[in-house]
Ligand binder design. Structure first.
Ligand code: 0O2
Length: 230
């Protein structure tokens, strides 16, 4: 029987709905382990795609993949920031990026190809789709976000677990990594000047991404990687 993520707490009863989160208890660790399995499964799918495209088209459509399970402290911080009650139900229903996978590719068209391939994986359900490339965030942030549900075996049943996939070009990744570092990891306040400069950098990188795409096409011809049904 297929179950939705929130049913973990209702049916398996290892976490009660109103139970407050305690990041030190076994239930929390167990839940994080389940997210870890879903994340690793997603990475496996993506690595298979990378290998297949390389083998059939001799093309590196994915440059690299990174992944992480959000730290307990960041989860709590995010829940507090968004005013959610600190219980497991709120956590499972509202925090979509506990398991996060980032796919970095050379070209903008690769992003949309990877998205289409993910949509074509029978096992996976896409439940949210955000295109911050055709419509960048106010900060200048560009990336393609999908929230998917991945089936995981748990206590002899199949449950669906949410994983966030961020897909972006190397240029977008370069921008996002540095901006994130300056905004959140610096002791000093993120200044108005920084904010304005990063908006400009984002526009410049968008132009570079578009030019690289054209150059690639000129050099190698139109890349016709076919989206395979998996
Ligand atoms: P961290 O530290 O990367 O985990 P949601 O996550 O869905 O509750 P939201 O804002 O609707 O909230 O989601 P969205 O827009 O899809 O963004 C989620 C993630 O995208 C963020 O996670 C960041 O990783 C990244 N992101 C969004 N906006 C920016 C930005 O302006 N600059 C950078 N560098 N990254 C951004 P977290 O949990 O906020 O942070």
């Amino acid at each position: 029987m297929i179950k939705r993520p929130t049913e973990i707490i209702k049916k398996e009863n290892f976490l009660s709905q109103e139970k407050s989160i305690n990041i030190k208890e076994n239930n929390f660790q167990e839940l994080m382990n389940i997210y870890n399995i879903a994340m690793k499964k997603t990475v496996q799918y993506l690595n298979d795609i990378k290998t297949d495209v390389k083998r059939f088209y001799d093309y590196d459509m994915i440059d690299h993949i990174t992944y992480r399970v959000k730290s307990p402290e960041s989860i709590i911080k995010k829940m507090q920031k968004k005013d959610y009650e600190l219980n497991y139900k709120e956590l499972i229903e509202n925090i979509n990026d506990i398991a996060g996978v980032r796919v970095v590719c050379p070209l903008k068209t690769d992003i949309y190809r990877i998205r289409d391939i993910i949509y074509n994986i029978d096992d996976i359900k896409v439940i949210e789709d955000k295109d911050y490339i055709s419509k960048p965030k106010k900060s200048g942030y560009m990336s393609y976000h999908l929230i998917i549900c991945v089936p995981v075996e748990y206590e002899e049943k199949i449950i669906y677990i949410k994983v966030e996939i961020q897909i972006r070009t190397m240029a977008m990744d370069f921008w996002a990594t540095l901006e994130h570092r300056m905004k959140y990891k610096s002791k000093n306040k993120y200044s108005e000047e920084c904010s304005k400069e990063f908006i400009k950098f984002s526009k410049t990188l968008k132009t570079i991404d578009n030019k690289i795409e054209k150059l690639y096409e000129k050099q190698y011809g139109k890349n016709n990687v076919v989206v395979l049904k998996r």
